[in-house]
Ligand binder design. Structure first.
Ligand code: ATP
Ligand code: MG
Length: 393
């Protein structure tokens, strides 16, 4: 085992005053959950405002880093060696040996930065910095000290044990999941909604999701694609409870009874209404969609105004101001893009008008919806009652 421990650095949660322990505990819980995917025995420990993942068995380094870089709330991960506080000569040898294994390259700039929580140690931090610097300069004739902008810093911490690290791996950022309630993501098979879910989860919100499908017009493969997307987002957010809702009956009714240029808006309004009902039954206090202003007819500001009108819960639309390419970039980064572009049909694309309204008027839409009055309520109840749940992790 090369590294005995990983230091998890966090930023924003450090500012939470009296609630700080709650954020730290949530972060530790999330780290524990993410490490369940990795073979090995890990103990997560809090010590004086910092969090360590201590490795109690052999493990695969890449897998551990992959898991820890998906924990929201962590801004950096530092793989460390750890050894008992020892005599000074041995300490210097151990540090040099570690630097050699971490940095096989011959030319670099560096600095040493020591901190002693244990002030009784035989040398001061400045002395240790100077001596470690001397050792490295001697071992590497091509190296140079640069205190302002070094290629790497050798961090040495003398505490109950000695910690040494030189690598700082960027973390996922954000806030730990579980510190900001739960919201319902309207998850389609497209590019935008998985990204929207990721962004809200990143702020500490637990995700639940719902997908509207329209069998036999949409296939099992289209449904599987959404399950796969939920699993991809769950790598960050933790397990997602996905509700699969059969929307066929409602879609056919809208298609039959409402003006075709208003289909998408009316359909979207019913999706939001149903999503809100399922959200409330599952303690979600917000909805999330992947809408972005102007991307398609149903996402003009006029259309969004009509969609929003049916909801009482706040609707979070984190990609609202993003260009498509910006959303694509994020989808690629989080690993959902490849699945999103698989060519399976979506219920919105099947029942779609050639010329949808781009400036729907709320009163007109409401009037069109009266054509559904005799059947819609029972249809809504039916599709809520028959919702199929898939746990995605
Ligand atoms: P996406 O890439 O997320 O599918 P899109 O560009 O295809 O978005 P629309 O199809 O207009 O946009 O959908 C807008 C939003 O409505 C989606 O981001 C998603 O949140 C929600 N939505 C659309 N279709 C469905 C569906 N079948 N099930 C659940 N939510 C949906
Ligand atoms: Mg879509």
């Amino acid at each position: 085992m090369k590294y005995q421990s990983f230091l998890l650095k966090y930023a924003e949660i450090g500012t939470k005053g009296k609630n700080r322990y709650m954020f730290e505990d949530a972060l530790m819980h999330q780290a524990r959950e993410h490490l369940k995917r990795v073979d090995g025995d890990f103990v997560i420990q809090k010590e004086q405002g910092r969090i360590y993942v201590n490795c109690m068995s052999e493990y695969d380094y890449d897998e551990v880093v992959d898991a820890l870089t998906k924990v929201f709330g962590v801004i950096a991960i530092c793989p460390m060696i750890q050894f008992p506080v020892c005599e000074y000569g041995e300490l210097r040898e151990k540090i040099l040996e570690f630097v050699k294994s971490e940095h096989p390259e011959q030319e670099f700039t560096f600095k040493a930065k020591c901190r002693r929580a244990d002030k009784t140690y035989e040398k001061t931090s400045d002395e240790i910095n100077a001596d470690v610097g001397y050792d490295v300069l001697t071992a590497y004739p091509g190296s140079r000290v640069d205190v302002h902008n070094p290629d790497f810093t050798i961090y040495i911490e003398i505490r109950k044990q000695v910690n040494v690290f030189t690598k700082i791996i960027p973390g996922a950022g954000g806030m730990p999941i579980g510190t900001n309630g739960k919201a319902m993501l309207l998850l389609s098979g497209g590019i935008d909604s998985p990204v929207a879910g990721y962004m809200i989860a990143k702020r500490g919100v637990i995700l639940e999701a719902c997908y509207f499908h329209a069998p036999p017009y949409t296939s099992e493969r289209a449904k599987q694609k959404v399950v796969d997307l939920a699993k991809a987002v769950a790598k960050y957010s933790g397990t997602i409870k996905l509700h699969i809702i059969n929307f066929t009956e409602i879609q056919l009714a809208i298609y039959e009874k409402c003006p075709h240029d208003e289909l998408t808006i009316i359909m979207r309004r019913y999706m939001m209404k149903i999503a809100e009902r399922i959200a409330e039954a599952n303690d979600c206090i917000g909805l999330i969609t992947g809408e972005s202003i102007g991307q398609v007819a149903s996402q003009t500001t006029f259309s969004l105004r009509c969609t929003d009108e049916v909801c009482n819960l706040p609707v979070y639309r984190p990609v609202i101001g993003f260009d498509k390419q910006e959303i694509v970039n994020l989808a690629e980064k989080i690993g959902t893009f490849e699945t999103s572009i698989l060519p399976y049909e979506d219920c919105c694309t099947i029942f779609v008008a050639k010329h949808p309204v781009t400036k729907p008027r709320l009163d007109t839409i409401k009037k069109s919806e009266t054509h559904l009055a005799d059947c819609i309520d029972e249809m809504v109840e039916r599709c809520i009652a028959e919702d199929e749940v898939v746990w995605c992790s």
